[in-house]
Design a protein around this ligand. Structure first.
Ligand code: TXA
Ligand code: MG
Length: 299
């Protein structure tokens, strides 16, 4: 990574595709390896809050969230310091940067050994399903990256929750920490982003995303011949695969991306995947966000 190479590594959410966030060439290689539109900015990973302060400034609400939830699956979009030294490609020219302190011990060890800020989007080709195991990374990016550090399956299984502060705490992407947990902690509701044609698409807000090769239909309460039905909870008798037999949203989040890949493998590119309804609360909001994008019409 010190030579500008790309190394995929595990975090508690998903595997990231890491490169030196100060090195224009390394960051450009991340965009190229993923086939990612360069207007979509990347998350900067650092080992701790003290290191984050080198690059961005913290309004009071961000200060409180960082103290409470870092290290962990929370990303904060904050004003860049003028002399941050980050490559402008990381933030796609925006005056803000998305920054997070991952909790995974391998990510922590890598960040400390590297000793600098690591730009890392999810380690998958742009628009495809995020990787929660090292073999998922290789299935999408082998030959385009220098290495993947194998840390086993990711415990959370969904990307970090992204919060912005312009002008008040705003839920930019639902993720590994439920929005309700953050709202309870702050004692105020989170705003939702207002569509603004003058700004680039923020947080995975391109409609089709996390997409399997097969067609995907949501809210399926029964199976159909010739399809793969992914169930949730004890009512889904006869499901081909299940996100959680006991209707546990934490377990469902951890299984989601792996099971979408498995269903895709079983049904083939012209196949059809059905997914049972998931309650729109807690981690269910982030699960449904990913499922809706996976089911969205492809560009
Ligand atoms: O859990 C995660 O967050 C994983 C792991 C690897 O840390 N990373 C991840 O990165 O999901 P990525 O690049 O797939 O998603 C980053 C999201 C993008 O949707 C991007 O639009 C948004 O963060 N983002 C980055 N910088 C931003 C900024 N300055 N303002 C608004 N959104 C930003
Ligand atoms: Mg991603």
């Amino acid at each position: 990574m010190r030579d500008g190479a790309l190394v995929a590594f595990p975090t508690e959410t998903v595997y990231g595709l890491g490169g030196d966030a100060r090195d224009d060439r390394a960051v450009a290689r991340i965009f190229a390896a993923k086939g990612r539109p360069s207007f979509n900015p990347l998350i900067v990973h650092v080992a701790d809050l003290a290191t984050a302060r080198i690059y961005v400034t913290f309004p009071p609400a961000a200060e409180r969230l960082a103290a409470a939830f870092w290290p962990g699956p929370l990303t904060l979009v904050l004003p860049l310091r003028p002399e941050s030294g980050l490559s402008p490609l990381v933030s796609a020219g925006l005056p803000t940067a998305a920054i997070r302190v991952p909790a995974h011990p391998v990510a922590q060890a890598l960040l400390r050994a590297f000793g600098g800020p690591v730009a890392a989007p999810s380690a998958n080709p742009s628009g495809k399903i995020s990787p929660t195991r090292a073999d998922h990374v290789l299935a999408g990016l082998a030959g385009r990256i220098a290495a993947v550090v194998d840390g086993g399956a990711c415990a959370v299984g969904l990307e970090s929750t992204i919060i912005g502060f312009d002008p008040a705490p705003t839920l930019l992407r639902p993720g590994g920490i439920p929005a309700e947990v953050i709202e309870d902690f702050l004692g105020q509701p989170l705003l939702l982003p207002q569509p603004d044609a003058t700004r680039p698409n923020a947080p995975g807000q391109l409609d089709s995303h996390y997409a399997p090769a097969a067609r995907l239909s949501l809210n399926a309460t029964c199976g159909q011949p010739g399809t793969i039905w992914i169930g949730f909870g004890p009512a889904c008798i006869g499901a081909d695969l299940t996100l959680s037999p006991a209707a546990d949203l934490v377990e469902a989040a951890a299984n989601l991306f792996h099971l979408l890949r498995e269903a895709d493998r079983r049904t083939g590119p012209n196949g059809h995947i059905l997914v049972a309804p998931i309650p729109e609360k807690g981690l269910g909001r982030a699960i449904n966000d990913r499922l809706r994008r996976a089911a969205a019409p492809r560009a």
